[in-house]
Design a binder for this molecule. Structure first.
Ligand code: SF4
Ligand code: SF4
Length: 163
């Protein structure tokens, strides 16, 4: 994946309610059932958590890639290809001397089809295979796309919030 595309500045408000410093979330959910929990760490807040805590306002249930596709664009500008990745040349262009998957007019990966299904999923490029649902890059892609709000303390001065 390459440089950043868009990013609404939506973010959660700070409060003293939840131990992580934001508001409480659903009463019947816990940090342990949250998509952003990673053992005893929360990817969203980058803080240590107890999985038994009641959820905070940023709680998210199981992530559904087919309803998201943030990492296929518009969070990023390109799916860059490594040696051995070019197995579907119809989708490939060369830009600035680098092979990448062509983009659509709305800046999505051109291999992304109806229902957010990938046309080359079984032979998708390495960067797509390495992308972890619920991982740090997934959270980043969703934040850049406005699908997940930013944490109050998160810095947004990395140049990734241009409209
Ligand atoms: S986002 Fe909130 S509910 Fe989810 S793990 Fe972090 S602190 Fe817990
Ligand atoms: S950003 Fe995360 S949830 Fe969305 S499609 Fe990519 S891996 Fe799935």
């Amino acid at each position: 994946m390459a440089s950043v595309r868009t990013s609404p500045r939506s973010s959660i408000q700070s409060t003293a309610d939840h131990p992580t410093g934001v508001a409480w979330g659903p009463e019947n959910e816990t940090c342990g059932s949250c998509a952003w929990a990673w053992g005893k760490k929360c990817r969203a807040s980058t803080q240590r958590i107890d999985p038994a805590w009641r959820a905070c306002v940023a709680w998210h249930g199981p992530l559904d890639c087919l309803a998201c596709a943030a990492c296929c664009g518009p969070a990023y500008d390109a799916v860059e290809l490594r040696r051995g990745d070019v197995r579907h040349p119809d989708f490939v262009i060369v830009k600035d001397g680098r092979a990448q998957i062509a983009r659509t007019a709305t800046n999505y990966c051109s291999a992304l089809g109806e229902g957010n299904l990938c046309a080359i999923y079984g032979e998708r490029p390495r960067c797509c295979r390495d992308f972890e649902k619920g991982g740090a890059n997934c959270l980043d892609a969703r934040r850049r796309s406005g699908k997940t709000p930013r944490w109050p303390s998160e810095r947004v001065d990395r140049g990734d919030d241009r409209a």
